[in-house]
Design a protein around this ligand. Sequence first.
Ligand code: NAD
Ligand code: UDP
Ligand code: UDP
Length: 343
Amino acid sequence: RVVYEHRAGFGRIHSGGKVPLGLKRKGLRIVVTGGAGFVGSHLVDRLINRGDSVIVVDNFFTGRKENLMHHFGNPRFELIRHDVVEPILLEVDQIYHLACPASPVHYKFNPVKTIKTNVVGTLNMLGLAKRVGARFLLTSTSEVYGDPLQHPQVETYWGNVNPIGVRSCYDEGKRTAETLAMDYHRGAGVEVRIARIFNTYGPRMCIDDGRVVSNFVAQALRKEPMTVYGDGKQTRSFQYVSDLVEGLMRLMEGEHVGPFNLGNPGEFTMLELAQVVQETIDPNAKIEFRPNTEDDPHKRKPDISKAKELLGWEPSIPLRKGLPLMVSDFRQRIFGDHKDTIT
Ligand code: NAD
Ligand code: UDP
Ligand code: UDP
């Protein structure tokens, strides 16, 4: 969807994708909630580079200004410290709604706040989308499938989720967020898009957020043993962040509501992941077994046929290619080594 009109106030012309003669593509006005975080900041980079104007709304719970500092001073970039649990008035064309802690350590820290962010925060952003006629994209999660009884997971699978467990604030919260998005779509005609994101890694992840890739990489760099939870035979499928951002943008610009799985189908056990980290950082890195956390899903792998067919999207960066890019960033942040900086 492209806007061509010179804007006085809040006017828009939709051209159905064709550039009318004599008019140049105008940038869109886009809100990215959670834009100071890991995925959000990479998305903001792409949108700003494309020529759009971006307003980041973030309460800095897990996000960092450092992730966005390279845009400070750009007139097309604004950063607002705001909690999405509170209403906000903005005039925009698109809303990428990412605000929500994503790592289990962070979302379990204050579970009620996590639910409020997912439910009230998403309600507010949908209310905003409805008021200004903006398109709204929800970043949901593979966790909506819970501990899946179907493998790999297809979008039509309804999931196997514990409603009263320690992860429920996140996975049930995201399920409710999906419900809200669909009800605003059906009931109020809001153009919504739903992405179900599978485990994603890359530069700018919080170093100590407790997720497995960030833990193993930081541990191996610090010469500490890599902590494998349980027997290490549980699986995850790891997606490099630039592949995800490409998928999110295709979903937003396309005509399909979703939900769409966005993930890399390459599936690894945690022990295999530890081995890849050894190959990448330190062949002598040790492994230490720890008890697993409650309700840990045994396996997870996306079926991405739908995204391939309808969005023309599939990931292009395998784990062994993406991991070194993340390692350079972590090395620089942990040791202040300015070689190999990834921005
Ligand atoms: P992140 O923690 O790095 O980013 C989340 C951002 O949201 C942070 O900047 C944080 O400060 C902000 N935030 C949290 N609560 C907020 C609130 N109440 N108001 C305003 N801002 C708030 O996490 P991420 O990995 O970048 O995840 C981004 C989105 O993608 C999340 O919605 C997450 O659920 C989803 N997702 C991520 C993954 C993954 O593997 N990274 C997987 C599935 C889904
Ligand atoms: N909302 C917001 N910004 C807006 C419009 C709405 O934050 O520009 C919030 C609003 O405060 C409300 C929520 O979004 O809490 C849902 O709005 P909606 O208009 O759908 O419902 P209502 O206000 O009628 O309950
Ligand atoms: N995990 C691990 N060691 C760690 C952190 C996590 O073995 O230091 C395991 C965890 O038990 C889970 C998998 O890695 O089985 C992925 O965990 P993560 O928190 O990264 O993501 P999620 O569980 O949300 O998929």
